[in-house]
Design a protein around this ligand. Structure first.
Ligand SMILES: N[C@@H](CCC(=O)N[C@@H](CS)C(=O)NCC(=O)O)C(=O)O
Length: 231
């Protein structure tokens, strides 16, 4: 590759973070180009058939879909992050897909229109975490000592909960010691930290507040309580 790949991104997109983490793990320099998904530029629609971030521009070739981007990077750049064994590799790809389902469940949670829906979405997320607890049999990462693409997929999942935990106590990870340890190990990893900008949490909080959802209402209520307490 003669020119640096370009990661077409959005500041809050968790799927972009997967690719950014894998690029950083492999020490591949890249250019990050953020776009406004609410006002997609024509050049972006030309390279993104589904109109979604991320897209990785490699020379003149756009690659879309985060899992495909990660697999491509894994084939081209060392160190290998997927397992060598085909069965284990398939298992890892399956858990990356589980990570996508969790991102959908997270969107269901922060978009739930009322308290009932919020509680149902929280319970659905909790069930996913219980499934994860049963799937984890090693530490600190999904496959033990070796950081893998499954880890790159779950770093962005856990990051949401740093903000959710400030809004309320939903008990998502209560008693799930393996998931809690995995979350902590991922949060401490340089590549995971570097996948978002410094103002990410503020941007996410602003995004959540503007959803007009039950979670937004809780955020407004707790910031009103805080303002009252300060006066
Ligand atoms: N399956 C896709 C999902 C990507 C995705 O949903 N990206 C969101 C932002 S996080 C997006 O671009 N949404 C814009 C839209 O759907 O119009 C992947 O893994 O890359």
């Amino acid at each position: 590759m003669t020119t640096q790949p370009v990661l077409v991104s959005h500041a809050l997109c968790p799927y972009v973070q997967r690719a950014a983490i894998v690029l950083k793990e492999k020490g591949v320099p890249f250019i990050r180009r953020d776009i406004d998904l609410a006002d997609k530029p024509d050049w972006f629609l030309d390279v993104s058939p589904l109109g979604k971030t991320p897209v990785l521009l490699v020379e003149d070739t756009p690659i879309f879909e985060s899992a495909v981007i990660c697999d491509y990077l894994d084939e081209v750049f060392a160190p290998r992050l997927h397992p060598e064994d085909p069965l284990q590799r398939a298992r890892h790809r399956a858990w990356v897909e589980f990570g996508s389902a969790m991102l959908n469940a997270i969107a269901g949670f922060y978009s739930a229109p009322d308290e009932d829906g919020l509680q149902r979405a929280a319970a659905a997320l909790r069930r996913r975490f219980v499934q994860l607890e049963a799937a984890l049999d090693s530490a600190p990462y999904f496959a033990g000592g070796c950081f893998s693409i499954v880890d790159a997929a779950f770093g962005p999942v856990f990051r949401y909960f740093d903000v959710f935990d400030r809004i309320g106590n939903f008990g998502f990870l209560d008693g799930l010691s393996r998931v809690q340890a995995w979350r902590a190990a991922l949060a401490a990893r340089d590549s995971v930290k570097a996948a978002v900008s410094r103002d990410y949490e503020d941007l996410l909080a602003a995004f959540l507040m503007q959803r007009g959802s039950a979670l937004s209402a809780r955020m407004r209520a707790s910031s009103a309580t805080l303002r009252e307490a300060m006066h």
